[in-house]
Write a protein that binds this ligand. Structure first.
Ligand SMILES: Cc1cc2nc3c(=O)[nH]c(=O)nc-3n(C[C@H](O)[C@H](O)[C@H](O)COP(=O)(O)OP(=O)(O)OC[C@H]3O[C@@H](n4cnc5c(N)ncnc54)[C@H](O)[C@@H]3O)c2cc1C
Length: 482
């Protein structure tokens, strides 16, 4: 194979390892060049850029498609014996390099583990295998009269396991919560090949919920194989409202007051002036869209409370048109694939903060992005809300100046955002996770908890086989985690 790879790969994978793997999964192993190339990257813009430059980020040694926990456990046992990395793979829609096989090894693609095991209507729960595609799961639930309320923009191209491993958030999260609020129980194969599972009960007081360590672990501790999730009867009513405000501070204040009333619209989005112009063609205003859903009487009540608060805060009513427009375009992400081949460097970065710090953080991050030479687009919206705070989603784009490169430029903008966020007391990620891109900041974010995470990694994965190089944990001396 004549490819140049950015990361070196591993030297322990051999014919014997392959034979043993094929014995565990007789009809689900590939070492074909085309498959290895496909699984060399995820949706991380840097990995896409390397591809365009004729380089591969990294090459796995083989790809496996297990169909049950026993096969997953069998693969992990072989990997431990042979000191070969294991990289769990959902659908590769992660945007931070989490699924890039930086040390080669075995990519475990979970897509064949896609069965809905049971719906418990009485307890409002569904049990599903973790490799299921998001859209397939939501369609199945809708068909049976339910929703799980988790609708990320990547619904069509991401999996349940990927959501759990990254602590994903859907567009309706203000009402239904993030995936960590939706999951009730999990089954997983740990790094030593042992299988754990938790009970599908709403709450326990039986010591720490250790299985929840898998949430947000990005494949570094084990492979999630099954989960039980909350579901809801499909909403009987939907209401849509939109308002424009003269300044983002008034829109934020309106939503803060709505949340304070214990009112949870399903969709709440505030766009700053740049994004309001870009998405709704309205100049010098900030758009707020609200979508409430559920039982008719409750929706009516939430609507009237929200309407009154928005008017009190100076909001100008814009009807349901902007919400309908958002609903029609919400899965459209063509910019990211259109701009990159033209040399335009573009990305989005999500962070979270308390209400107290919200406005200062938003302004500090916008200023920081604009301070980087070559940035032509620096904008933001807020899209996930809590009574305690908010998630901001920033977008930047630009062209590196002559003395720079796309990579240096990209990193400078990211540095500026992460530094500004940490300075303002925010958390460096709300739902995309850490992967490779954010690894160098995780230590600063976590403080002493980072060493605790290292200890957990050492205890659960002493052979360091699970998704090495990710989140900056379990690194060898002198290894660069960035
Ligand atoms: C267009 C677009 C829109 C997006 N919109 C959203 C959004 O609205 N909300 C949001 O939260 N994210 C969003 N994302 C990011 C991405 O979709 C999420 O991070 C998603 O959770 C990744 O799922 P995946 O199945 O593709 O995982 P992958 O990319 O395959 O993997 C992500 C990480 O999880 C690990 N992993 C995967 N499966 C398992 C498993 N079964 N067990 C253990 N570890 C596992 C991988 O090793 C890797 O570290 C978006 C991405 C794109 C490209």
């Amino acid at each position: 194979m004549g490819y140049t790879t950015v990361y070196p790969g591993n030297k322990n994978f051999d014919k014997k390892a392959l034979e043993e793997i094929e014995a565990v999964i007789p009809h689900g192993v590939s070492v074909k060049e085309s498959d290895r190339v496909i699984y060399s990257k995820d949706y991380w813009p840097i990995a896409l850029r390397w591809h365009l430059d004729g380089k591969l980020p990294a090459l796995p040694d083989c790809i496996v498609w297990p169909e049950n926990e026993e096969q997953v456990a069998g693969i992990i046992k072989i990997a431990n014996e042979k000191h070969v990395p294991v990289v769990p793979y959902g659908e590769g829609s992660g945007v931070l390099g989490g699924a890039v096989p930086v040390k080669g090894g075995i990519v475990v693609d979970m897509r064949k583990m896609d069965k809905v095991i049971a719906i418990d209507d009485e307890s409002l729960m569904v049990t599903v295998q973790a490799g299921i595609n998001g859209m397939n799961l939501e369609r199945y639930l809708n068909h049976n009269g339910y929703t799980m309320g988790h609708i990320p923009q990547s619904l069509y191209c991401s999996s349940l396991g990927g959501w759990l491993a990254c602590r994903a958030a859907g567009q309706f999260s203000t009402k239904y919560g993030k995936i960590e609020d939706i999951v009730i129980a999990m089954k997983a194969v740990l790094a030593d090949g042992s299988i754990i599972s938790s009970k599908a009960v709403p709450r326990t007081s039986t010591g720490p919920r250790v299985e929840r360590l898998l949430l947000g672990s990005e494949g570094t501790l084990g492979i999630i194989t099954e989960a039980t999730l909350k579901i809801w009867p499909y909403p009987e009513e939907r209401a849509m409202l939109s308002f424009t405000f003269d300044d983002i501070s008034h829109a934020l204040e309106a939503v803060r007051k709505i949340m304070r009333k214990n009112v949870y619209p399903a969709v709440v989005r505030i766009y700053d002036e740049n994004e309001t112009l870009r998405h709704f063609q309205v100049k010098n205003k900030c758009m707020l869209i609200l979508l409430m859903e559920g039982a008719k009487e409750l929706v009516e009540l939430e609507k009237s409370i929200s309407l009154n608060i928005c008017k009190e805060e100076g909001g100008e009513e814009r009807g349901d048109g902007p919400v309908k427009h958002w609903l029609e375009t919400r899965f459209n992400v063509k910019e990211s694939s259109e701009f990159v081949p033209k040399g335009f460097v573009f990305d989005t970065v999500e962070v979270s903060t308390s209400w107290k710090n919200a406005l200062a953080l938003y302004r500090a991050v916008i200023k920081a992005m604009r301070g980087v030479d070559g940035v032509v687009v620096a904008s933001g919206h807020a899209s996930h809300f809590y009574p305690q705070g908010v998630c901001f989603y920033f977008t930047f784009g630009g062209l590196p100046l002559k003395h720079s490169t796309p990579f240096k430029f990209y990193e400078s903008v990211w540095d500026s955002i992460m530094d500004a966020c940490l300075r303002q007391g925010g958390s460096i990620s709300h739902h995309h996770g850490i992967g490779l891109m954010r690894a160098k900041w995780l230590n600063k974010e976590m403080g002493a908890r980072f060493e605790m995470l290292e200890k957990i990694k050492r205890a659960i994965d002493p052979g360091k086989i699970m998704n090495p190089g990710k989140m900056g944990i379990g690194m060898e001396e002198g290894e660069n985690e960035g």
